[in-house]
Ligand binder design. Structure first.
Ligand SMILES: CC(C)(COP(=O)(O)OP(=O)(O)OC[C@H]1O[C@@H](n2cnc3c(N)ncnc32)[C@H](O)[C@@H]1OP(=O)(O)O)[C@@H](O)C(=O)NCCC(=O)NCCS
Length: 268
């Protein structure tokens, strides 16, 4: 057997616990609820996804909280997580032991133990970072702020209106993602779908309304076309309604050559 990582982790909740579960796993931890397959939906419970993780909450009757066995979830900033847990009224348990990484325990609304572990980017993900004044561009997908990104795309980006949270999470997993941050707060995004050898597709370029017109979009496009994993491509494509000049001046993009040779299969 060759195993290749966790597919998902299941945590048990009591009957009727879905709403408090949503408040904690969605509201406090910031995970995104995804639809359960129809065949499983009648059993209750709910499923959540985050960047690089899937968590299934299943109903158990009778319910006994897992006070020792636990899920350990990575966070970028343990101190910030501590403040947010406190504000949400969740307990914070420090065991004081030095285990080589920073962590704390908390409990979900049902008494299940949850460990939060501070960890930076996964080794091997090689985030390339550009910094300018108080702004930073990172390709670390684990830094992406889904609470900002999902409404930005699904409610405010004309080409992605109504896009499901689950679809956005899946699209992140299949792309090189570029996050723009102001003092660690996400204010911009773009992603590139690519084989990292011959072809790439740039899409979902979005700068937060409050930060537009200050050169961030131009800088983001410049950083993307300079990304080492995207060097030497034969074709780098994108589609835009009205931002042609941005991509022409700052990315070297031009009109599609030989458009009669191209075809698209487009879902309505
Ligand atoms: C388009 C967008 C990413 C530009 O980001 P920004 O930070 O506001 O842009 P900048 O301040 O870096 O401006 C860069 C250049 O693009 C131009 N530009 C910006 N938005 C433009 C638009 N919608 N149409 C045409 N040109 C635009 C600017 O005039 C500027 O020109 P310059 O380099 O000659 O000075 C941002 O406005 C946005 O997120 N818009 C909504 C989503 C969107 O339309 N995304 C693009 C989808 S293809």
């Amino acid at each position: 057997m060759q195993v290749n990582g966790f597919h998902h982790v299941q945590v048990l909740i009591p009957e009727g616990g879905e709403d408090p579960a949503r408040a904690f796993y969605g509201g406090v931890l910031g995970l995104v609820e995804i639809d359960k397959p129809a065949d499983l939906a009648a059993r209750g419970g709910c499923w959540f996804a985050g960047v690089g993780m899937a968590l299934h909450l299943g109903v158990e009757r009778p319910f006994v909280p897992a006070t020792k066995a636990h899920v350990a979830i990575g966070v970028a900033d343990l101190d910030a997580a501590r403040v947010e847990l406190g504000a949400a009224g969740r307990p914070i348990i420090d065991d004081g032991l030095d285990v080589g990484f920073r962590r704390l325990y908390t409990e979900d609304p049902f008494g299940n133990r949850i460990e939060l572990v501070e960890r930076s980017a996964r080794s091997g993900s090689s985030p390339s970072i550009a910094v300018r004044e108080e702004f930073e561009i990172s390709t670390d997908s684990e830094r992406l702020d889904l609470a900002w990104l999902i409404p930005a795309l699904s409610e405010r980006a004309y080409w992605a209106l109504g896009r499901q949270a689950e679809t956005i999470v899946r699209s992140i997993a299949g792309s090189i993602c570029f996050g723009v941050y102001a003092h660690d707060r996400q204010v911009g995004f773009a992603r590139v779908v690519t084989d990292q050898a011959t072809f790439a597709w740039l899409c979902d370029v979005f700068i937060d309304e409050a930060y537009r017109g200050h050169g961030l979009g131009a800088w983001l496009v410049e950083v993307i076309v300079a990304e080492p994993r995207l060097s030497g491509l034969r074709r780098f494509l994108l589609a835009t309604r009205d931002a042609h000049e941005l991509y022409r001046s700052h990315g070297g993009f031009g009109p599609l050559p030989n458009p009669d040779r191209w075809m698209a299969r487009v879902a309505e």
